[in-house]
Design a protein around this ligand. Structure first.
Ligand SMILES: [Zn+2]
Length: 344
């Protein structure tokens, strides 16, 4: 019986040594140490042994079992280490590979233009105001001297949300709201940039949604010459010191008198070329002295207060400044176009 145990040990240790994966190792363990294995069988047959033999065989059986268990554990550890090493090798990061470049974004060209305009006017003491894009009929039209039956409403076909609510057709309602907020006894010096909406068919120069920056200055003794001075400053800082401006008479329901401002052509300096359609001038924006009715409606006494207002389209300004030939470029989000204007 002792010989049999010794032989089992040798056999098992050889098989453990020969095992080439965890599965084979487990088969050896079940085969020799399992409930139906030969060592268990030996231990079960101990009852038949004499009282002297029993402790000797018992001790040997335990030693053999311990030896096999130890050998199994040792081999198992080798396999586990190998597996870990292989995993580490497979998951290794090659730090010498070149990285993927990170492309930096930048503000949209229109955002940059609006920010530039804001900075310029803030420098002249204007504050920046914002208002809702879904506006009431009252603020969008009536408060700006455009009663319900006014023919000028046809000039601005609008997107109505309900009878009384619409997508604002200009940022002027922000001016009306601010004057209302100041209750007719405080000067107003503001610009209001923002999106506006009109029922236009989109083409190279029209879009159903575009951007506006409007300005308003209401105080005692505000004159036409103040408007001209502010606009001249704007034109020179934005387009260059050498540019000249001129004001032409025009018509807007909320200003009287109304003007349109041109700047001298950058290409021909006023001599006439194809860019300026041979006129030597390029139209930039509209403005005028705030209509007394608009002041009155906002609670300002037109006998005491006067003011000027102007409005410009950042799209048009960007198109002129950078030679962009189609307004739709601003909205189609083609990175090839937009990335040209990202400043480092
Ligand atoms: Zn020209």
């Amino acid at each position: 019986m002792q010989d049999k145990l010794q032989a089992l040990r040798e056999e098992a240790l050889t098989k453990i040594n020969e095992a080439d994966d965890l599965k084979a190792l487990e088969a050896v363990r079940v085969g020799y140490l399992g409930k139906k294995g030969p060592i268990t069988e030996v231990l079960r047959g101990m009852g038949k042994l004499s009282a002297e033999e029993r402790p000797v065989v018992g001790e040997l059986a335990n030693t053999v079992r311990a030896a096999i268990t130890e050998a199994l554990e040792a081999k198992k550890q080798v396999f586990e280490e190998e597996a870990l090493n292989e995993q580490l090798k497979a998951e290794a990061i090659d730090v010498t590979l070149p990285g993927r470049p990170v492309t930096l974004g930048g503000p949209h060209l229109l955002t940059s233009i609006v920010t530039e305009i804001e900075d310029l006017f803030i420098g002249m003491g204007f504050e920046v105001k914002e208002g809702p894009e879904v506006e009431t009929d009252y603020y969008n039209f009536e408060a700006l001297n455009l009663p319900k039956d006014h023919p000028a409403r046809d000039m601005q076909d609008s997107f109505y949300v309900t009878e009384e609510l619409l997508m604002r057709t200009h940022t002027s309602p922000v001016q009306a709201r601010t004057m209302g907020e100041y209750k007719g006894n405080k000067p107003v010096k503001m610009i209001c940039p923002g999106k506006v909406y009109r029922r236009d068919t989109d083409d190279a120069t029209h879009s159903h949604q575009f951007t506006q920056v409007e300005g308003l200055y209401v105080d005692k003794n505000v004159r036409m010459s103040d408007l001209k001075g502010v606009l001249n400053q704007f034109a020179k800082q934005f387009f260059g010191e050498e540019r000249e401006i001129r004001l032409r008479p025009s018509f807007f329901p909320f200003t009287e008198p109304s003007v349109e401002m041109d700047i001298s052509c950058k290409v021909c300096h006023g001599k006439g070329c194809s860019v300026c359609k041979q006129t030597g001038w390029i139209e930039i924006l509209g403005g005028g002295m705030v209509h007394p009715d608009v002041l009155k409606m906002a609670g300002y006494d037109p006998e005491i207060y006067s003011g000027f207002a102007f409005g410009m389209g950042p799209e048009r300004i960007a198109m002129l400044k950078y030679g962009v030939d189609d307004i739709r470029h601003f909205y189609t989000n083609d990175q090839r176009f937009l990335a040209q204007y990202h400043q480092a």
